[in-house]
Ligand binder design. Structure first.
Ligand SMILES: [Zn+2]
Length: 233
């Protein structure tokens, strides 16, 4: 049987190992380190019948953190390239990765024991990228579609979330409880706003085109599905 202390040591060794690789800009190797640890977490959560609920919950949090390190590796690789901000595709991709990293680290870093110097390095790197985006592209505009949710269920027990015993955003056996819409109808409008719920749906200058007195918008994602624990899907 797996012992929790041993596996936490293994996870923490993975974080140190990732740091070594990324500091030498060995992106592929760094990504492999993080991806391997995500696999370990996934296996424990989904397939290990002998470990208890607490063990699975810890593995979920580490899994989210290592997924964050995977995203961070991709982000570092993009922004290390010369004038990356002049390539539209790189800008859009870096923006999504930045949001992914922020969400994944925010939800996992209270539990994952990251050495403070590593945590500070990660935080200041993300902060710098965020400031670069602000300096280069301003605060931005975002789109948000109106949708009609007709029916929702609990992601843990798949029954009506209003009557089941699970609480949204709480952990159960290595899984996060969510309210999952099962029937969605189209809404009537799309709103453009400065402070969105999901900053991923950003309106970039290359999505906009002047047409007469108005503005024509094209190729903009209305909904981007993102889950911090997407490695369990
Ligand atoms: Zn439930």
């Amino acid at each position: 049987m797996l012992e929790m202390n041993k596996i936490i040591k293994l996870y923490n060794k993975g974080i140190k190992n990732w740091t070594k690789k990324i500091s030498k800009q060995r992106y592929q190797e760094a990504k492999l380190v993080a991806a391997n640890k995500v696999k370990v977490c996934r296996k424990i959560i989904l397939f290990d019948l002998e470990v208890d609920e607490n063990f699975k919950n810890i593995s979920l949090i580490y899994g989210i953190f290592f997924r964050g390190l995977e995203d961070l590796t991709d982000l570092s690789e993009i922004v290390a390239k010369y004038e990356w901000y002049k390539d539209n595709e790189s800008v859009e991709k870096a923006w999504l990765l930045l949001q992914n990293c922020k969400e994944r680290f925010e939800s996992s870093s209270k539990i994952v024991m990251v050495p403070s110097e590593i945590k500070e390095t990660i935080d200041s790197f993300l902060d710098t990228i965020e400031k670069d985006f602000l300096a280069l592209f301003g605060p931005g505009l975002y789109v948000s579609p109106e949708i009609l949710i007709k029916k929702s269920i609990c992601s843990i027990c798949k029954t009506d979330y209003r009557t089941c015993p699970h609480l949204p955003n709480h952990l159960y056996n290595g899984k996060i409880c969510r309210i999952e819409p099962t029937e969605i109808g189209p809404g009537n409008c799309v709103v453009i706003l400065p402070r969105p719920k999901d900053p991923r749906c950003r309106l970039w200058p290359w999505h906009q085109e002047k047409e007469g007195d108005g503005l024509k918008i094209h190729n903009i994602p209305l909904i981007i599905s993102f889950k911090i624990d997407d490695f369990l899907d």
